[in-house]
Design a protein around this ligand. Structure first.
Ligand code: NAP
Ligand code: G4F
Length: 339
């Protein structure tokens, strides 16, 4: 029998899924990803993994599926027989979860139990990673937040993630499964979805710099987050599944910054003043807000030997540069008569 490791990743087309797939392929894994059928292409973040310039044998396999379809997920699991499952699939936008609470719960809460049940049925030895979230701390009861800080969720998204967190812990204890919660604080990158605040800002700043737009409409810019780089955080996910037992870990930088500070960094890098361009639009306020998140990653450092490498300033610069390049290309295309 081959001793090749096999991983199954839900949410492989998302920001984290794409970095994790790259990371696992580089480690020699066969990587299987679950993708949703869509009327337009949704594999942009992983397309480059098929186009290996060295024409090496890229061991990436995609399967149509949806977390809400438990039968389909069980069928994929039986076919793939992975050693490790990374559950990154989710309706991951907090604001949208207020508009689509039921769908968010179906995916982010019931989707997790569909997968846990499938594992229990197919092979209890499969190791499981759950994408838990710092949003579970919500209206924080202590700062910094640790693995022991009680949760106080403030959105349908956060409530769904709390449900999944406890199911993971329960399956670990009830069925002796190797199941872990990574309580990840916000992590960003040039691949971040364009409606999350960091990417919304870097995308707009690049376009403003290139004369392609004038204004940027934002909500609560006083909110504070512990922002790290997605490329660093996916390594912590993998490390959790290499431990002798499943457990729960906070993954964070240990620093917090406001949206306002992020604006300073990004617009400052481009030689612009954000106050000339930003307007506050109440449409982007949330019915209940999470004002402050700050994680204590001491346990991840001690047990996993994990530390974040990219600083807040370096992250802002990385994203600004990437989106400035996109904006320059967009301007050139426009000048040549393309849309
Ligand atoms: P993302 O970019 O929004 O990606 C979400 C992924 O989930 C996409 O691949 C999406 O597919 C897929 N998906 C959505 N609904 C699904 C469903 N019903 N069935 C199967 N797949 C579904 O999110 P991310 O930033 O990479 O985050 C990854 C995970 O970590 C999520 O669970 C998120 O909630 C959690 N998390 C993120 C952060 C953060 O700061 N990024 C922090 C803590 C926790 P499509 O491409 O087809 O939409
Ligand atoms: O970028 P955000 O939408 O991220 P949020 O709500 O913190 O959620 C992200 O991180 C979580 C981890 O803590 C993940 F679990 C979740 O999946 C997601 O990846 O908003 C950050 C802050 C909020 O306080 C928001 O109110 O920025 C504020 N904000 C201000 N103006 C805005 C905007 N957020 C968005 N998306 N768009 C705005 O125009």
């Amino acid at each position: 029998m081959s001793d090749k490791k096999v991983a199954l990743v839900t949410g492989i087309t998302g920001q984290d899924g794409s970095y994790l797939a790259e990371f696992l392929l580089a480690k020699g894994y066969d990587v299987h990803g679950v993708i949703r059928r869509s009327s337009s292409f949704n594999t942009e973040r992983i397309d480059h993994l098929y186009r290996d310039p060295h024409e090496r044998d890229v061991r990436l396999f995609l399967h149509f599926g949806d977390l809400v379809d438990g039968t389909g997920m069980r069928e994929i699991l039986s076919r793939v027989r992975p050693h490790e499952v990374y559950n990154l699939g989710a309706q991951s936008h907090v604001r949208v979860s207020f508009d689509q609470p039921v769908y968010t719960v179906q995916t982010d809460a019931l989707g997790t139990i569909n997968l846990l049940e499938a594992i229990r049925d197919v092979d209890k030895n499969i190791r499981f990673y759950q994408a838990s979230s710092s949003e579970m701390y919500g209206k924080v009861v202590e700062t910094p937040q640790t693995e022991k800080t009680p949760f106080y969720p403030r959105s349908p998204y956060a409530c769904a993630k709390v449900y999944s967190y406890w199911q993971v812990l329960n399956y670990r204890e009830a069925y002796d499964m190797h199941a872990s919660n990574g309580i990840l604080f916000n992590h960003e990158s040039p691949r971040r979805g364009e409606t999350f605040v960091t990417r919304k800002i870097t995308r707009a700043a690049g376009r403003i710099k290139e004369g392609l737009q004038k204004k940027l409409f934002l909500g609560n810019i006083e909110a504070k987050r512990d922002w790290g780089f997605a490329g660093d955080y996916i390594e912590a996910m993998w490390l959790m599944l290499q431990q002798p037992k499943g457990d729960d870990y906070v993954v964070a930088t240990g620093e917090t910054h406001s949206v306002r500070e992020f604006l300073d960094e990004v617009f400052g890098h481009l030689g612009l003043n954000w106050k000339d361009h930003v307007e506050i639009d109440p449409r982007y306020f949330r019915p209940t807000e999470v004002d402050l998140l700050l994680g204590d990653p001491a346990k991840a450092k001690r047990v996993l030997n994990w530390t974040p490498k990219v600083t807040f300033k370096a992250l802002a610069k990385m994203m600004t540069e990437a989106d400035w390049t996109l904006a320059k290309n967009e301007r050139i295309l426009r000048e040549h008569g393309h849309k």
